[in-house]
Design a protein around this ligand. Sequence first.
Ligand SMILES: Nc1nc2c(ncn2[C@@H]2O[C@H](COP(=O)(O)OP(=O)(O)O)[C@@H](O)[C@H]2O)c(=O)[nH]1
Ligand SMILES: [Mg+2]
Length: 370
Amino acid sequence: MSSVNLMAREVAAKIVFYGPGLSGKTTTLRKVYETVRPAHRGEMMSIATEGDRTLFFDFLPVKVERVGDCSVRLALYTVPGQVFYNATRKLVLQGADGVVFVADSQAEAMDANRESLANLEENLLENGIRLDRFPLVMQWNKRDLESTLSVEELRRELNPRGVPDFETAATNGRGVLDTLKTITRLVIKDLRAKRIVPPPRPAPPPPGTAPAGLEAQLAQHLTQRQPPAAPLSPAPRTLTAPAPPRVEPAPMPAPAAVVNTAARLLGATSALAPGDLFDHARAAEAAFVAADYTTCVTACTDAVRRAMAFAGEGTLAQQAFLLHVDGADLLRLQGLSTQPHLRVDDAAFSLYVLMQVFVRLNAVGLPTAG
Ligand SMILES: Nc1nc2c(ncn2[C@@H]2O[C@H](COP(=O)(O)OP(=O)(O)O)[C@@H](O)[C@H]2O)c(=O)[nH]1
Ligand SMILES: [Mg+2]
């Protein structure tokens, strides 16, 4: 989901903290939140169950001043580790530029570590990505505990490729920032190799040759009006949702509690959203603000599909006809969701389509109460 603002030499990258349940992914992100200066981070958003288990994801936007001559905007995500949340993991993994695998160093966690690593490999492969060529850093977590395996054993079992690895104790922060710095460097190097990030120090663009069109207009608008998300509240926020049933949930659950606490980040799309889809719209807007355009388009596509279903059963074309939603716009949005590299104008368009559907639902009085 990387994107580049050539004028500002700013790169946006998505990094996912992956690993089995309870290995310390959420704790790691909280520690990053506490350590990074407020001016360099946005608000941490967690969607958790009552037992404090991650239900959908934790999300933290972080700005890194300089890597080479680029500044970097990172969108950090964790996945829910529990085996039955695989659809959610796939969704969060989409468009990732790099992964930190958080392994629990305790001997009794080895099976879960192995299973989660195999699951990561499988889920990446579904998107045509090979783990052995993907930016990856291993985080051997819980090194403060007694019953940990040696690093040599962990390497033999989980890191045959010999990617950079770090001993960490997320609860006290040891090793956490070193891990983050290293994955950031690997991601930038990878994006450079793919020529998504320009090589260092090219000739400055001559005046008056800025990129044209909607993308440039939006990029300029975004740099002039810094997103309201950073810096924000002094403490990470956990949104508490009811405990989930032990079945695979829909990829983007919409805990009702989000509605009460999230008003501050309300954008135009979520303002129009019917209650059931408020959290989907919020996720799309948060991704847009974090310059995570792939996640934004994915979230919009998913929300549009769910919103159209309010028109009743039938094909998408029938639902569009009933709601007077522009079919060509819907087709274009569907096309976008299969594109590898999405830009700010694509994400803005997907938010527009979602708004259009919400406006039409409002106009016809759907969904009806009860
Ligand atoms: N001793 C110790 N406990 C940890 C460490 N990291 C996380 N934990 C604990 O392990 C539990 C699960 O952590 P959490 O971050 O929620 O795991 P997640 O499921 O991977 O997000 C919590 O009780 C944490 O306090 C660590 O480095 N050392
Ligand atoms: Mg968690």
